[in-house]
Design a protein around this ligand. Sequence first.
Ligand code: SAM
Length: 317
Amino acid sequence: KHDDEEEDDGSPTKKQHGHGEKVATHYNTLQETGLAARSQSRIFYMRNFNNWLKSVLIGEILDTVRQSRRELSVLDLGCGKGGDLLKWRKGHISRLVCADIAAVSVEQCQVRYEYMRKRGHPNERIFSAEFITADCTKELLTDKLKDPKMEFDVTSCQFVYHYSFETQQQADLMLKNACERLRPGGYFIGTTPDAYELVKRVETLDSNSFGNEVFSVTFQKKGDYPLFGCQYDFNLEGVVNVPEFLVYFPLFEEMAKKYNMRLVFKKTFSQFFEEHIKNDQHKMLMQRMQGLESFPTDNKNKSSSDNLDDYDHAKEK
Ligand code: SAM
């Protein structure tokens, strides 16, 4: 984030009809599966890969901001059930605000956080946290924060931002929520589907749909890809089946300038993987998270990894 004055953009905050309700209902009714069930899933390795990528990204950004500040505050925008809570714990942040449109997910996230605090070592200083249920494409988070003047060092928006590209107003308000309370020098990090890849794949086929027995992507219309509201339905092993929208990255980059943001880096998952897997620590984390036997230290005594946390183990006992 640039060290400039912020402008008042007058973004609309009024509620509009859209797919938000569908998305919230979908995530609210998604069963929270335990570790055992997750490891049976055909997307087990992909989920672990995504988790690894988020861990490395989050770890790097926290290391970067920590060079200039000791106490770090983070906004987890679209936190879901708290899949990244352990990453924030490992990153030794001081304060976390979790926001999501799905109330049930936010509740589960809070339960998970409280469990983590309860089970933590008495000497460990686990971050304080605040939980907000809000459609972050339509409601201003500053109106809901306990301290409306609170500032963040990092906003993390993992696998969420594409839901906002339904309309320009929604994409803008989500961006405003992500950036307006960032400190100068703060970072907005995120992961989102690659619009180029999706369009390339569908355009090389006769059909408006592609995929395999595990996933499918179905565009409503081929050949016409509007900047906003370019909807496709994504189905992953029946796990996710809600409308998503293409995020045209050059437009997103332009839009972010309004909030004094400049692009630091953008990479595909495969580029990110190629670059980071060379690092021994990241490689070890990948091996541990994927449960690979070649993990070089004592696997039996491994500490909880990002998605294999104590909470899951406790639930399964
Ligand atoms: N960030 C979490 C993670 O990486 O584990 C959850 C990712 S999940 C694929 C997408 C999340 O985005 C869901 O929890 C969903 O409820 C949330 N979401 C979708 N639209 C949203 C909106 N308009 N405002 C806030 N959260 C939203």
